[in-house]
Design a protein around this ligand. Structure first.
Ligand code: F0G
Length: 462
């Protein structure tokens, strides 16, 4: 249904089943937070009121998807649901071959091991934590070639997910095309604040990479959200459907890794999709070592069915408009309240600018981690750090990577919360912002070796 201009949007569904939330007091939350080492990843979900940790695996499935769950064909080999999923991926995304995996990082692992040689360079539109780590474990070095605007939380540039093609071409000339197996191109850049890439930039990227015989591997985790932003903002796309734009994006790339736990509206699942048969053959062989047979990867038959249905729902224009509309609603409310956030508002969450909210806390005292802890204390809203803790350490020097963006992500699960929840969140964040001068920061008292943000523990600086 086309929306009439200047009228409100509403969710294109009604609620059939509810899950009661647990409420608790500030005094209880003080203890829960201390027990969790001031890391929101280590809180128990029952101690959280509104959970904005992630949009990953947290979607509400539709009645159609639940019906699909009942149609699971749990055969070890050749499950009916695999063929439905394969056909859906081919129809909607256009890739020729698909290998199911338990989630996105498993697909990243497989493609990294197949395509990367020791000493290679992997340019990308900013890094994602698991993607970069798999590139490094395969012997590669990640190189950030995103546009400079992406590192500036206040730049209002519409397509902060774009690749700086000059930076990329300089890298190719400096290192040689044979040292660059592929460019990793993410549709909506998570770490930049959920920012889209434009079709124009992608077309130019295709031209440049083709000239040098370099592949484009598409991290298509949030491709429908990116397509929606192209439809809204890019000239010539207003009349195209989200599904058409998604297909156009995929057709400009060679292969894709998918964490289906986001856009595709399932609680678990992912896949690797490729066009090149030789790469597919290697991947199909590798998947049996790490995941499972190539017709289920790491997924149950029922989960593949829910995913096939989720893909069709994810590109529906009414769905995507309401999904992104809810994120924009929260973002605009916080902007009106004067809270520093990454602009423009991204598609899967609102990213608070902890650098500006806590200018008195140095990055060595983890401002974004401290801000996420304070929001939980105030209201039981759980957010996630996306700053120096997430950036980890430099693999060669062992020093912290100090990212320009020091952010707290309020990630909105799909089809889960209502507008009233958004109001409660906004009020809490505004209150914490107004009292931010009282926050002193944290020190890290336990640090795991890999992806430290998941399990690190902290104590308050006194
Ligand atoms: N790529 C992007 C852009 C992601 O956001 C994620 C996961 C992955 C790859 C890895 O996929 O979790 O299925 O193995 N992001 C989650 C998040 C964890 O909260 O942003 P996975």
């Amino acid at each position: 249904m086309k929306r009439i201009k200047n009228r409100s949007w509403a969710e294109p569904y009604k609620i059939k089943m509810v899950e009661p939330l647990f409420m608790n007091t500030r005094q209880q939350r003080e203890k829960f937070l201390m027990d969790a080492g001031y890391n929101t990843f280590l809180l128990k979900s029952r101690d959280v009121y509104i959970d904005l940790l992630t949009d990953s695996g947290t979607s509400a499935m539709s009645d159609r998807q639940w019906a699909g769950i009942m149609m699971g064909d749990e055969s070890y080999a050749g499950s009916e649901n695999f063929y439905h999923l394969e056909e859906t991926v081919q129809n909607y995304y256009g890739y020729k071959h698909i290998i199911p995996t338990h989630q996105g990082r498993a697909a990243e692992h497989i493609i990294s091991q197949i395509l990367i040689k020791k000493g290679d360079f992997l340019p990308g539109n900013m890094y994602f934590t698991t993607t970069r780590l798999h590139q490094e474990l395969a012997g590669g070095t990640f190189v950030d070639v995103i546009v400079d605007e992406a590192h500036d939380a206040n730049s209002e540039f519409k397509f902060k997910g774009n690749i700086n093609l000059e930076k990329l071409e300089n890298l190719i000339k400096e290192k040689g095309a044979d040292k660059i197996p592929y460019v990793c191109m993410a549709t909506t850049v998570n770490m930049a604040g959920g920012q889209p890439i434009s079709m124009q930039n992608l077309k130019e990227l295709r031209k440049l990479t083709s000239k040098y015989g370099i592949k484009i591997i598409h991290d298509m985790t949030r491709v429908a959200e990116n397509a929606y932003m192209i439809q809204q903002l890019e000239e010539g796309y207003a009349k195209k459907t989200c599904a058409e734009i998604v297909r156009e994006i995929c057709d400009l790339t060679d292969a894709a890794t998918m964490s289906a736990k986001k856009d595709a509206l399932v609680n678990i699942g992912g896949f690797l999709a490729v066009n090149d048969y030789a790469v597919f053959e290697k991947a199909r062989n590798m998947v049996v070592i790490y995941e499972g047979l190539h017709t289920y990867g790491g997924m149950a038959g029922r989960d593949m069915e829910a995913l096939a249905i989720g893909i069709t729902e994810s590109v529906n224009d009414d769905h995507i408009q309401a999904r992104v509309g809810q994120v924009m609603y929260l973002g605009n409310k916080l902007i009106q309240a004067g809270v520093p956030v990454v602009k423009p508002i991204g598609t899967h969450g609102v990213f608070l600018n902890a650098r500006e909210i806590l200018p008195h806390v140095s990055q060595d005292n983890f401002p974004a981690q401290a801000l996420a802890a304070e929001i939980y204390l105030d209201s039981g809203v759980r957010a996630m750090e996306r700053g120096v803790v997430s950036a980890g350490r430099n693999i060669k020097t062992g020093l912290h990577n100090y990212p320009k963006l020091e952010l707290v992500r309020l990630t909105i699960p799909r089809r889960v919360y209502t507008q009233a929840h958004m109001d409660v969140i906004a009020e809490s964040v505004e209150y914490v912002y107004q009292n931010a001068h009282k926050i002193k920061g944290l020190k890290m008292v336990y640090e795991p070796k890999y992806l430290r943000f998941f399990q690190a523990r902290f104590e308050p600086v006194i």
